[in-house]
Design a protein around this ligand. Structure first.
Ligand SMILES: Cc1cc2nc3c(=O)[nH]c(=O)nc-3n(C[C@H](O)[C@H](O)[C@H](O)COP(=O)(O)O)c2cc1C
Length: 177
């Protein structure tokens, strides 16, 4: 699939078929996360792939009862370790969130290229999910996503729900069009 077609038609999918994902497809999507860039190539991430139906149901509850998550055959939790290191700059300890977010975005785009839906989940109970999945103290959950074939491929449409370029791009300096 053409790259621009992938990024234009990736949508948040909130309705899934009960159809298994072949292992080779799943591994290609996970590999897209693995090869993402990170600050100083730290790769401070782990990805937990949950396929057990009961565990997925529990995760949906821990995502503030977003029940559509439980329709998907797979849920992935992206976790990041704060290594208290960065090359300066104001982001400091937040850099891990940037790193994991880049990897997770690779994952969601690769999923789209495979005909799979995702929905970035930022609303969840970090501490409870850490307990439930046995995540060590020095890691936090940055994002989760259900992963599965959408109920309808029509969901993969181009969005019109974005600000126009003129409103978000400046040339040379702030405010210069
Ligand atoms: C950081 C972040 C957190 C989000 N959290 C949720 C969430 O908890 N539940 C949900 O249904 N969608 C969530 N979304 C999806 C956004 O609502 C969605 O990306 C946005 O409305 C644009 O729609 P699109 O993804 O179809 O282009 C989140 C997206 C991002 C990037």
């Amino acid at each position: 699939m053409d790259f621009y077609q992938v990024i234009k038609t990736r949508r948040s999918v909130r309705s899934y078929k009960k159809k298994e994902i072949p292992q080779d497809v799943l591994e290609r999507v996970l590999d897209a996360a693995r090869i993402a860039p990170s600050g100083s190539n730290r790769q401070p991430w782990k990805f937990i792939v949950v396929r057990d139906e009961q565990r997925i149901k529990k995760l949906a509850q821990l995502c503030h009862n977003q029940s559509f998550i439980a329709q998907a055959p797979v849920v992935i939790a992206g976790c990041g370790r704060n290594i208290h290191y960065n090359r300066g700059g104001w982001m400091g300890d937040y850099s891990v969130i940037v790193d994991v977010a880049i990897a997770f975005d690779h994952l969601t785009l690769a999923a789209r290229a495979e005909g799979l839906g995702t929905c970035w989940i930022g609303s969840f109970d970090n501490e409870e999910i850490k307990k439930y999945l046995g995540i060590p103290e020095d890691y936090n959950v940055v994002a989760l996503t259900p992963l599965g074939y959408p109920e309808s491929d029509k969901v993969f449409c181009e969005t019109i729900d974005r600000l126009p370029l003129e409103e978000i791009i400046f040339y040379e300096a702030w405010g210069k069009k």
